[in-house]
Design a protein around this ligand. Structure first.
Ligand code: SF4
Length: 361
């Protein structure tokens, strides 16, 4: 059994109730706080369904209980240190945890409502060469509650949301139990009651990740970040999977499709002159032929410290046409948040090493 099935076992060590699955809140209230279990159910409804952000907001909980909870374990253990708005409506927030770990999350406008993008780790060990999040390696994993706090802060800033993507800082496959526990809370009837099909998890698919997702079996969408169609190039661009072959990865992806019946997405960041040429498109088309997948091409979002550029529109269009002509389903993503630290990890880096004090508000 993994943590997403069991939640917390040792309640005496619990410091953030969001780390406990919502269905266990009633039992926690009864056994650890000595109050009727229904107060726990009520509190979970306040947090996940009624937009409460502190125990004091829960006006029908006994005042003494609210006081005790406020002293014992604040609902939100992170503080909001920066909100960054882009002209296109994207909003990036930066949270600071008690150990000073900084975490980013983003809300983006969409045709049916906002999409939230959350992080699963502080930093990232995969070290994709084009990504700001991986520049300093990984600091630590986020707990399920810390992942959920990003959702709560973004909802507080921007209101309800329509989709959620796990595509922020970190590799979910390196912190899968906590990530799946957070997603279970999103979907659970005692949690956010969010539809599985509105959730996308993006991963480079470290060994074991896709089989665990297949076993978990929820109907979420899975996006597999390939970024290359031959192993040599992928290992160069995504050093964290240097021991994995593309064939192994895609065979596991095909197994995931057979287990869940859900087609997967292949993500491919287009980098000028590195993986955007006609031969790269042909290699990708050959690799994905007859697989049950959709290809999402992502124009590179430049990072000041890194030597990569976005390809020209003509090059990207040609890439799309090559895949399309080969019979693949393909889209070219529109990047949002272009003028405000939009690329993954940029806001955190600029706040970690700012021109002294200039970024934190
Ligand atoms: S792109 Fe994703 S997996 Fe790669 S370093 Fe950045 S956060 Fe990690």
């Amino acid at each position: 059994m993994n943590a997403s099935e069991t939640g917390y076992r040792d309640w005496s060590n619990l410091t953030n109730l969001l780390d406990l699955p919502p269905q266990q809140w009633p039992m926690y209230f009864k056994e650890m706080l000595g109050v009727p279990a229904f107060h726990g159910k009520n509190a979970a409804r306040w947090v996940f369904r009624r937009n409460a952000y502190s125990w004091q907001d829960m006006t029908d909980l006994p005042a003494q209980l609210r006081e005790r909870l406020s002293e014992k374990m604040p609902l939100l253990t992170s503080t909001l240190v920066k909100v960054s708005h882009a002209d296109d409506g994207a909003c990036k927030i930066l949270l600071r945890h008690s150990d000073d770990a900084l975490v980013e999350a983003v809300g983006m406008p969409g045709t049916k409502g906002r999409t939230l993008c959350v992080s699963t780790q502080v930093g990232c060990a995969v070290k994709c060469v084009f990504c700001a999040s991986g520049l300093d390696g990984v600091q630590r994993n986020l707990s399920a509650g810390e992942i959920l706090q990003q959702v709560l802060w973004l909802r507080r800033e921007q209101g309800d949301f329509h989709r959620l993507v796990v595509m922020g800082m970190g590799e979910p496959g390196h912190n899968l139990d906590a990530t799946l526990q957070a997603l279970d809370c999103l979907m659970h009837e005692e949690g956010f009651q969010f539809a599985a099909r509105r959730i996308t998890l993006s991963t480079v698919a470290p060994r074991g990740t896709l089989p665990q997702l297949a076993e978990w079996g929820r109907q979420i969408s899975v996006a597999i970040s390939l970024h290359a169609a031959v192993d040599e190039v992928r290992h160069e661009l995504v050093p964290g999977v240097a021991k994995r072959t593309l064939l192994d990865t895609l065979q596991e992806a095909d197994q995931l499709f057979f287990a869940t019946g859900r087609e997967y997405t292949v993500e491919y960041v287009l980098l000028r002159d590195r993986n955007d040429q006609p031969e790269h498109a042909k290699e990708l088309a050959k690799l994905l032929q007859d697989r049950r997948c959709h290809v999402n091409l992502i124009p590179y979002n430049p990072v000041p410290e890194l030597p990569f550029e976005r390809p020209s529109s003509e090059t990207m269009d040609e890439f799309v046409h090559t895949l399309h002509d080969a019979g693949l389903s393909v889209t070219l993503r529109t990047s949002l948040g272009g003028n405000q630290d939009a690329a993954c990890g940029q806001l955190r880096r600029r706040t970690t090493s700012p021109p002294s004090g200039s970024e934190v508000v």
